[in-house]
Each structure stands twice: as structure tokens, then as C-alpha cells.
Design a protein around this ligand. Structure first.
Ligand code: PGA
Length: 232
């Protein structure tokens, strides 16, 4: 099925109260079958009961399976919560926590080995070409995971209110897709989504040229969120 993914990245924002509010709002809508709505709240909110019309994702995980890594949470631990997706390598992790592609690929292995779906963030194609190739081949060679989401997110568009232009979004997405198009993926799927200042006004157009969106700010603004839900 050709899904369109709507991923909400709450970053270090919101609380249980906002979660409950969102959950009760969503119970009043029917999300179209082709859309998959995924909410990625902070780690403390991953274990939720009776969620309606959406799934849960984490925003990060450790690169190791277990051990003396104070403050870290492993993909295995996340797999024991309600989360089924994990965002890895977000550009804020690369910028503020100095995460390098090698480390992100290790995290990706952890995510896939624990039957979770990775949502791997990448920058512009020309900046991240080798890394994008590596992560696609890493996915293709993993026997457990069926789906990979790659979020194309140009750094300057994140949180700035200025999304990338449609032509550039399309160009970057096509370049990513060109890497795996000639590989026989059998029952594997790669979805390429866009993130960076997506909001209620531009989401329709962006979804029409991508496999979905990763939304930060607009997903934690109730008015924007409701408008987005009405669209999907
Ligand atoms: P933004 O964030 O929608 O606030 O630009 C997107 C992201 O960080 O993934």
C-alpha cells in the first residue's frame, strides 16, 4: 500500500495533558485509509493506552543494546513500550549532540533488530549522499524490518517558518529514490517524506509530491494540528 505518513515530532515539548487532548480530538475524526499518523512525544509519554487513529514513535534511542550508559534508553526498551517507530539522526541531534552518520547507522541497526521502523532524517542530497546510500543499503541488508522512512529535512527549513521550495523538495526526494529504484526490494518499502516548516497551509502541496511529512512546530499548536487532521 502506498501510505502517506504524517509524523508529529513534539521534540522536548508537551505533556500528558496535551497528549490526552490530542487523543480525544482524534477520536472524533476518521483518518483516511492511506494516511498513517504517528505521534512522537517525549520518552516519558511513550506508554499510552487506548490511543485512537494514530501510532506512537520515539524521537531517539541509544546506539548500544544495554550497558553502563547513564541516561540512555535502548531500542529494545522502546520496543517494550507502545512505540513502533523511532526517529533517528534528526538534525538537532547532529547539531547539539554531535551525532555522526556512523553512530546513527548503529542506532538504525538497533531499531531494526528490535522490529521497530526507523525514521532516518537526512539533509540535502548533495550534503549527505554517501550517508544516504549507506543507510539504504543497511536497510536492504536487514532481514527483520520491512519499512524504512527517510525524512529529507534541509537544516535551514527546520523551525524557521520557511519550507524548502516544491521544486527542491521533489528534486531531493527523487535523488534519494534513484538510489534504490534499481534494487529488487521484494517485500521491503522505502518511503521518502519531507520535514521543515510544514504547516496547515503547505501540507497539501507537499504531501502531493512526497510520501508524507515530518511536522515539528505545527504539531504542537492545537489550532494548526486540528486543521491538519481535517485535511487528512
Ligand atoms: P518544524 O520541525 O516543522 O518545526 O520545522 C520539523 C522537524 O524538526 O522535524
Amino acid at each position: 500500500m502506498n501510505y502517506k505518513f504524517i509524523i508529529c515530532n513534539w521534540k522536548m515539548n508537551c505533556d500528558q495533558e496535551y497528549f490526552n487532548q490530542i487523543n480525544s480530538i482524534l477520536s472524533n475524526y476518521t483518518i483516511k485509509k492511506e494516511y498513517k499518523l504517528i505521534i512522537c512525544p517525549p520518552l516519558t509519554l511513550l506508554n499510552q493506552e487506548n490511543i485512537i487513529n494514530f501510532e506512537i514513535g520515539a524521537q531517539n534511542c541509544a546506539s548500544e543494546e544495554f550497558g553502563s550508559y547513564t541516561g540512555e534508553v535502548s531500542a529494545r526498551m522502546i520496543s517494550q513500550s507502545n512505540a513502533r517507530y523511532v526517529i533517528i539522526g534528526h538534525s538537532e541531534r547532529r547539531k547539539y549532540f554531535n551525532e555522526k552518520p556512523e553512530l546513527i547507522l548503529k542506532k538504525m541497526d538497533q531499531v531494526m533488530d528490535n522490529n521497530l521502523t526507523p525514521i532516518v532524517c537526512v539533509k540535502r542530497f548533495y550534503e549527505d549522499k554517501e550517508y544516504i546510500k549507506n543507510l539504504i543499503f543497511n536497510f536492504i541488508s536487514n532481514v527483520k524490518t520491512k519499512n524504512l522512512l527517510i525524512a529529507y529535512e534541509p537544516e535551514e527549513s527546520i523551525g524557521s517558518g520557511i519550507p524548502d521550495n516544491l521544486y527542491s523538495i521533489q528534486e531531493n526526494i527523487e535523488s534519494i529514490k534513484d538510489i534504490y529504484r534499481n534494487h529488487n526490494l521484494n517485500d521491503k518499502n522505502i518511503f521518502v517524506i519531507y520535514g521543515g516548516s510544514v504547516d496547515k497551509n503547505n501540507i497539501k502541496e507537499i504531501i502531493s509530491i512526497s510520501d508524507g511529512v515530518l511536522i515539528g512546530k505545527a504539531s504542537i499548536n492545537l489550532e494548526q494540528f486540528i486543521q491538519i487532521i481535517k485535511i487528512i
